[in-house]
Design a binder for this molecule. Structure first.
Ligand SMILES: Nc1ncnc2c1ncn2[C@@H]1O[C@H](COP(=O)(O)OP(=O)(O)OP(=O)(O)O)[C@@H](O)[C@H]1O
Length: 863
């Protein structure tokens, strides 16, 4: 209690100095009290592990405990790594016994509306055999690694597949292929989503279950543990691809990237280009979207599924007319044990393998069927060649095998799920499917495996499976221990750094009520902003993206200082004589047109001209594109505002060579360009002309003669400004070419734009501009080009009205919302202040009490 006593001694003095608190219960007072409480040592009531008698040695004990826990954690982590390695080895052995290429057969149950034939053509014999009944006397037995009976649930199917999926986490590429005739349940096995939509929870297919399992791996502490030891990053990528014959549609639909590395959560798009240097698969138009949780992944997966091409065929109402491929790739980087490895899981719902003649397809369906069968045949050839260990593997025979190349070869596990129909009429297709599957399997295992050998193999496999389960259980236990220790460590570290959870809560309550001192000083005086001047969605968005100075930080400059580069809230001004439709349309920032001169007056602005690169860096940019011919009346209605996102700029040759020299003297900023910049707009009234907005201040190079011959309002005399860039502020085609040449020049010369604000129109009528405004404030709106241009042209240093320049003219015209706000505000402010003081006092008392001061504290307060 040494520390507490010491603090208490100083506490009574401090409290004496604060005794006038009844009168002085201000925010500063509350903050001071907060600081005092914060400086007090923590009590030991939440340190359950420590003996009370050891309080004097808190720090030493904490340090001792922390180092002990660190040691334990290191040992446990080491043990987990060892178990992981062991599990990998066992799994590998298990999978090797099972074979790198395994073939399962799933028999679909008879579904509603289907007639059961007298002769059951497909009979599952045991867990490995399927008997085909051709006639009563003629049967044929097919053996597979596993036969999934018609009654097998989706759970059972996934439990068989799960070990293969797990092997992907251990560095293998995995390929799971669903093969079979149309309507045999391939999509049901792979992509069934019902379980995730609240219906038939057990129905969900392999893909959603795999995604779930992967995220489970990320959430069950595995990843956290590795991250804690800073040696493992874990990223998964899912791709969804649909391939179509003859490139009829975009072959690639969706690529999802699951990020489980707890790093960046931002989304990104990424295209995979052909001939990637790392030799990976080149997939055009493959879009990669980084996702961070299961739901996000599933929603994107569903989206991709919707895009899959399906059509009604003779055999299936909604038959998949494509191969649907899902790729999950994982990048594990384990700095201590392994190098960075990227593994993939391909899950492919192959198109129906039926003969085209059977489906009686024609036209496009016929082409699709042919394409599907060709690629399936190519797939068979590749697997066949792999099984035979041929020197040449014909991957290039189809797109399908090209894409799957790195997941079909060595160091990968392939699982073929052959689906068959129970119907008699499908017997021919069933035979084809089973023969295809048998061809793959028999090559791997050899036809000669005896029953004894098989039983022995299966016995070993069962043992290995048990061993693996034991290892996984142990590993899970260790992970829980590690988690607990980490929590303990966290609380100890917090304690030793002097924070008290109770106090933290208390203080944060106080802080909620009291803005901190910094905030108070940094905040500008509360502006009485008319509601119509509040930032618009657009300006807020821009400030979020860092294009604007934040409101908090911006000190309120004088009106003159504000001109050149200050942030402009969005507001527009009431324009005398303007109709309501004009006032409703407004423009954020002044529009500024940069004329780029290249000696060809007839050249129009190209669509991809980069305005933002020319604008001053402090500016926010908008591109205004005209949808129609501009004229003074239609301009406001026709324009379309598009934020110019500062995306990678397509640099024109001219812009690249353009050197921007900025010299600010007073309010004037000069830009000099060393090279002639391309393209001058031929006509401002062209629908494709764009206006780069928000020039804080644009001026043309002084080398342009102020009386320079302006060919027209729509262009600049090339000869006079060769090598320079010219900045035009307001476009207007209502001013004729001849009579207003000078206007144009004047605008260019010395023009400054500032604070153009957009308004919500609801309160516009209640306000008006003050009468005593300086004469150089132009009352124009960019919507009224003609007025604006004329008036601005007369002003050398134009100044736009700021918030202060408005006065409330008619409060009855305020919107009901604004009135309601105004009425409730005063009362709520007073109430809030009072509650704040009361609450502060109560919390203060509680705070001291929680520190164990109790009686002493109140004594001190009394004295
Ligand atoms: N194991 C099963 N249990 C219950 N219903 C099933 C099962 N397998 C398939 N079905 C049903 O059979 C119908 C056809 O299945 P599905 O669309 O998955 O076939 P498919 O092989 O993917 O066909 P296609 O190749 O034409 O896309 C669906 O209505 C599906 O719900």
């Amino acid at each position: 209690m040494k520390g507490t006593k010491k603090s208490f001694r100083s506490l009574s003095q401090t409290i004496h100095s604060l005794l006038g608190f009844k009168n002085e219960a201000t925010s500063t007072w509350a903050n001071t009290v907060c600081d005092i409480i914060k400086s007090l040592p923590p009590t030991a009531d939440y340190e359950n592990d420590l003996d009370d008698s050891a309080n004097d040695h808190d720090d030493d004990l904490d340090a001792f405990l922390i180092s002990k826990i660190h040691g334990e954690l290191a040992a446990l982590n080491e043990e987990v790594s060892r178990l992981d390695a062991q599990r990998r080895r066992v799994l590998n052995e298990f999978l090797q016994l099972k074979g790198n290429i395994r073939v399962f057969c799933r028999i679909r149950p008879t579904i509603e509306g289907e007639k059961c034939s007298h002769l059951r053509p497909v009979i599952p014999v045991d867990s490995n055999g399927v008997l085909l009944n051709f006639t009563e006397n003629k049967t044929k037995l097919y053996n597979f690694d596993k036969v999934l009976h018609p009654v097998s649930s989706q759970d059972e199917v996934f439990s068989e597949i799960e070990p293969v999926i797990k092997s992907a986490l251990d560095g293998y590429n995995v390929c799971i292929l669903a093969y079979g005739q149309t309507g045999t349940g391939k999509t049901f096995t792979m992509a069934q989503m019902k379980g995730y939509e609240g219906r038939n929870p057990g129905f969900s297919g392999v893909v959603p279950r795999t995604i779930e399992a992967l995220f489970k791996q990320a959430a069950d502490g595995t990843i956290r543990i590795f991250l804690a030891s800073a040696c493992l990053k874990f990223t998964s990528v899912i791709s969804k691809i649909c391939s179509y014959p003859k490139q009829e549609r975009q072959p690639i639909l969706c690529h999802l990237d699951i990020d489980t590395s707890f790093k960046s959560k931002t989304s990104y798009l990424q295209s995979f280009h052909p001939n990637r240097p790392n030799g990976g698969i080149a997939i055009d138009n493959l879009v990669s979207i980084q996702v961070s949780n299961f739901n996000h992944a599933i929603s994107l997966y569903k989206l991709g599924s919707q895009l899959r091409s399906t059509a009604s065929t003779n055999s299936n109402k909604s038959s998949s007319r494509s191969h649907c491929m899902i790729r999950i790739s994982m990048t594990c980087s384990d700095a201590t044990a392994r190098r960075k490895i990227t593994n993939k899981i391909w899950m492919v719902d192959l198109g129906g393998s039926e003969r085209v003649l059977k489906t009686k397809a024609w036209g496009r369906r016929f082409e699709e069927g042919k394409a599907i069968n060709l690629s399936l045949s190519a797939l068979g050839d590749v697997i066949n060649a792999l099984q035979r260990k041929n020197s040449h593997i014909p991957y290039r025979n189809s797109k399908l095998t090209q894409v799957l190349k790195d997941s079909l070869g060595e160091d990968s596990k392939t699982l073929m799920l052959v689906h068959v129909s129970p119907k008699e009429e499908d017997l021919c297709e069933t035979v084809c499917s089973l023969n295809f599957a048998l061809r793959l399997r028999s090559i791997h295992l050899g036809k000669t495996e005896s029953n004894e050998a098989r039983e022995m193999r299966e016995g070993v496999m069962t043992d290995l499976q048990r061993e693996m389960q034991k290892i996984e259980d142990n590993r899970d236990k260790l992970r829980i221990e590690i988690k607990n220790l980490n929590q303990k460590l966290e609380s100890l570290t917090k304690t030793s750094s002097g924070s008290n959870p109770k106090l933290d809560g208390l203080l944060s309550s106080l802080k909620v009520l009291q803005p901190n001192a910094d905030e108070i000083t940094a905040m500008p005086p509360k502006p009485k902003i008319p509601s119509f001047m509040k930032p618009t969605v657009c300006s807020t968005r821009k400030s979020e993206t860092g294009h604007q100075t934040s409101y908090k930080k911006a000190s309120r400059p004088t009106r003159k200082k504000q001109l050149p580069f200050s942030r402009a809230e969005s507001v527009s001004f009431p324009i005398k004589g303007m109709t309501e439709s004009y006032s409703g349309s407004s423009i954020s920032r002044a529009s500024c047109l940069i004329g780029l001169n290249e000696g060809d007056n007839d050249t129009e602005f190209s669509q991809d001209t980069d305005f933002s690169s020319i604008s001053v860096s402090e500016s926010n940019h908008f591109l205004y594109s005209h949808d129609d011919k501009i004229n003074s009346s239609s301009y406001a209605h026709e324009k379309k505002r598009v934020p110019a996102i500062p995306t990678p700029v397509k640099k024109s040759k001219a812009n690249e060579q353009m050197e921007k020299r900025k010299s600010t003297s007073g309010k004037r900023t000069e830009y000099k360009f060393t090279k002639t910049v391309s393209k001058t707009p031929r006509s401002l009234s062209r629908p494709d002309v764009k206006f780069a907005g928000e020039a804080s201040r644009f001026e043309y190079n002084s080398s342009i003669p102020s009386t320079g011959s302006t060919k027209s309002m729509t262009g600049v005399d090339d000869s006079s400004i060769e090598g320079d860039i010219c900045c035009r502020i307001m476009p207007c085609d209502s001013i004729s070419e001849t009579s207003h040449q000078d206007d144009y020049v004047n605008i260019v010369d010395g023009m400054a734009i500032s604070q153009v604000l957009t308004c919500e129109t609801k309160d516009l009528e209640a306000y008006e501009l003050k009468d005593d405004l300086p004469a150089n404030i132009p009352t124009w709106d960019v919507n009224s080009c003609a007025i604006g241009l004329k008036e601005v042209s007369e002003v050398r240093t134009p100044k736009f009205p700021s918030i202060d320049d408005f006065v409330l003219k008619d409060s009855t015209k305020l919107s009901s919302e604004t009135c309601a706000n105004a009425q409730t505000k005063g009362f709520s402010d007073i109430l809030k202040e009072n509650i704040m003081i009361l609450y502060s006092i109560v919390l203060l008392g509680l705070g001291f009490e929680s520190l164990g001061f109790e009686h002493d504290f109140f004594q001190a307060l009394k004295s």
